[in-house]
Write a new protein. Structure first.
Length: 255
């Protein structure tokens, strides 16, 4: 009898705990709480990308050496990427996305154990992984970022990866020091809505690690595919322009 009462007592406490968890989760999905949470996540995303902007940069020269050795590319400069078969570049880009997706998945699984308490450090690492991936994709398709204009174009691609359209007029009118923070703000606004929608599930204990891994996998994969599409389209346009300039007949001398 005593053992049965203890089992019933344990069951009652477990049920109450589960009900409290469900209530807490429901409260977090309430529109008012969501709005508050979204503002906090938006600020966290903005801070994460601003820090990545100032600290994360793939060295173009060293990465070109890596591409030449790892994939036996004949390109001596990034201009030479326009002589490489596009299918080869696509293969390298896809491998790059997979590698960074795996890295983000492992990182999400580790920090996901902390639930919502480790969301901020997770966002910081996720921003760094994502930016490094976008930089590498830019270089793979022959777009280094040595000048301010090239760096601004890189952040246009980052915005495209986040599903944000940045007008060409904005790019031409802004200096990079002012332009990049504005782009990051747009990215933060767009990304925070999706993060809040999906990451509230990290409140659930035990499964938060698997959820963190899955969400990081989703974000990096989707952003990588969008960025790849952006750079691939620009690359093909540049190839087309180069071909047209070579086949254009010389101008006739003035009579």
């Amino acid at each position: 009898m005593l053992a049965q009462e203890r089992r019933e007592s344990f069951t009652t406490r477990a049920l109450r705990s589960g009900q409290a968890l469900i209530l807490e989760y429901d409260n977090m999905t309430d529109p008012t709480r969501k709005s508050w949470m979204r503002r906090g996540v938006e600020g966290a995303v903005r801070s994460a990308f601003m820090k990545a902007y100032s600290t994360v940069k793939v060295n173009p020269e060293k990465y070109l050496d890596h591409l030449r050795m790892a994939y036996n590319l004949p390109a001596a400069t990034y201009q030479g990427m326009y002589s490489v078969d596009p299918g080869t570049l696509d293969h390298i880009a896809e491998q790059t996305i997979r590698a960074h997706t795996r890295l983000a998945t492992v990182e999400g699984a580790g920090l996901g154990l902390g639930g919502m308490f480790t969301m901020l450090p997770d966002l910081g690492i996720l921003a760094a992984i994502t930016l490094r991936m976008i930089q590498k994709l830019s270089l793979i398709y022959g777009f280094p970022y040595n000048t301010e204009e090239e760096e601004a174009e890189l952040w246009v691609a980052a915005a495209s990866a986040a599903g944000v359209d940045i007008s060409r007029e904005l790019l031409e009118k802004q200096f990079v020091a002012k332009f990049v923070p504005r782009v990051i703000q747009r990215i933060a606004v767009s990304a925070s809505a999706e993060i809040v929608e999906k990451w509230t599930a990290r409140l659930i204990p035990l499964v938060s690690s698997a959820i963190g891994a899955g969400l990081n996998h989703y974000f990096v994969k989707v952003w990588g595919e969008r960025a790849m599409g952006h750079f691939r389209q620009k690359h093909l346009q540049m190839r087309s322009q180069q071909v047209n300039s070579k086949v254009r007949p010389p101008a006739l001398p003035a009579s």
